[in-house]
Design a protein around this ligand. Structure first.
Ligand SMILES: Nc1ncnc2c1ncn2[C@@H]1O[C@H](COP(=O)(O)OP(=O)(O)OP(=O)(O)O)[C@@H](O)[C@H]1O
Ligand SMILES: Nc1ncnc2c1ncn2[C@@H]1O[C@H](COP(=O)(O)OP(=O)(O)OP(=O)(O)O)[C@@H](O)[C@H]1O
Ligand SMILES: [Mg+2]
Ligand SMILES: [Mg+2]
Lengths: 256, 256
């Protein structure tokens, strides 16, 4: 396959990190070789995989700013076939440090190219912004997954996000595709959820994934044990949803 | 009073915008003259107050980048005594545009100083990051309010955030104080919430506000009607919580 997928949304708290970790783990459990790349200064993907950022010597910061080879920072995780290129807090200075670098939107793409064929999937967890780090992820990706909440502010942001993605696609990566919009924290008891879901499906049609991930507290608990949903609570509604999502991601990746 | 308060947290989706709008409205209803400043590129505070960002001619972007006087962009809202300095999507380029400006951390403080005495409270809604825009808000503030969710990833981020705030305080604003950490989307039925709450109160002691805002769907519905909680559902648990929070903010602001 050799696909690079980014989890992007400038709206905060929509489930980007949760989706990156659990889709990554689900693909790894099916035998695919997966690398998760964490480019979030708050290093949530790194923390969720039970790796303490302060104990890491070199991180994605060193790869993007000091030209360290990405294979020098990759670490194994507790899930077989799932590796991680960790982040640290110093990533928050990267926009400033990369400001003077020419083609500073392509730094991540260049860093990934020597290892792209070593993995079936490379998943990039992005910060809640459309700054230089997220633009790098979009420039390096084959497909993007956009987790959204079913509320007013998230929906408003979605139109803006799709416009920005199309601009970045034209400038830096014409082959970039939206693999899917992922409705997350769905609660069918709330009118707001049902109204928003029908609006999303009406406006964005087949760009919206069939899988809807319901609110499931196990998904919020799992990171504090450093576990993915598959090792923490595989039979929960969260576990079932992510099993389904992984199948849909595989199917849609083949069309990228 | 003449206090500037910023709502800050680099973790996404913790309730910064919701708290800014509803604390602002609550203070305005008590007769205080309040200005909300939106410096989030996704302009969520502007949207929540029923102002369409695309119809705004000049925004905080023009104030920060082109030296437009902030009083030229201030608009009234549907709540008496509550005004807004709106944001637009072009704010997402501000870190790059401000990179070459000397003392670029103080641009917001300078923009606010001519009008600071016209308002009892100026509330700044920040994006989910600690980039230059958020640093500007911290440099311009008397106090900060940190909305947090009661989950693992939010708690991990809180320690990092407090460290970063102390560094910014030493460099740019020695008088800056944490007015309070606001537990948000509290759900007493979840173990994760109760465990997190006792951890937050143990680690951060009197920095944590007494008011806890419970999960309340009215808070998520109100922005889609362009209303604050006080005009949409004042008797809801969200409305009651924000009434209590406003009283606590007034009390703590007197000590700043
Ligand atoms: N379906 C779900 N049900 C319940 N909790 C969830 C679900 N998905 C995510 N969460 C929880 O919601 C919180 C926000 O999710 P997450 O951190 O993955 O979002 P994010 O988009 O990566 O946030 P940020 O914008 O800060 O990067 C986390 O505590 C996570 O555990
Ligand atoms: N106590 C609450 N109960 C229920 N929903 C809430 C509560 N507080 C906030 N919300 C909803 O949660 C979502 C996230 O809140 P909000 O947008 O205010 O967070 P934020 O920190 O400003 O996000 P961002 O990081 O993207 O700026 C919104 O849809 C909001 O309406
Ligand atoms: Mg995240
Ligand atoms: Mg916000």
């Amino acid at each position: 396959m050799n696909k690079v997928l980014s989890f992007v949304n400038q709206k905060g708290g929509t489930g980007k990190t949760t989706a990156t970790i659990n889709v990554g783990a689900g693909l790894a459990l099916k035998g695919y070789k997966v690398l998760v790349i964490d480019i979030e200064p708050q290093s949530n993907a790194t923390l969720s995989l039970a790796i303490e950022p302060s104990e890491i010597k070199k991180s994605m910061y060193d790869v993007l700013i000091d030209n360290v080879h990405i294979s020098d920072i990759i670490v194994p995780t507790s899930t077989e076939n799932l590796s991680l290129a960790p982040a640290k807090i110093d990533l928050s200075n990267s926009s400033v440090n990369l400001a003077d670098v020419s083609h500073n939107q392509m730094v991540l793409k260049e860093a990934i190219s020597p290892i792209k064929n070593d993995y079936d999937f490379i998943l990039v967890d992005c910060p809640p912004s459309l700054d230089l780090l997220s633009v790098n992820a979009l420039a390096a990706s084959d497909g993007i997954i956009i987790p959204v909440l079913c509320d007013y502010l998230s929906l408003e942001g979605l139109k803006q996000l799709i416009d920005s993605i199309n601009r970045i696609k034209e400038k830096f990566n014409p082959d970039l595709r939206i693999l899917g919009i992922l409705p997350n924290m769905v609660d069918y008891r709330r009118n707001l959820t049902n109204d928003s879901l029908s609006l999303i499906r009406k406006n964005f049609k087949d760009k919206v994934l069939k899988t809807e991930v319901r609110v499931c507290v196990s998904l919020a608990e799992a990171p504090s044990y450093g576990k993915t949903i598959f090792s923490y609570a595989p039979a929960s509604t969260g576990g079932e949803a992510y099993k389904k999502l992984v199948k849909e991601v595989i199917k849609r990746s083949k069309k990228l």
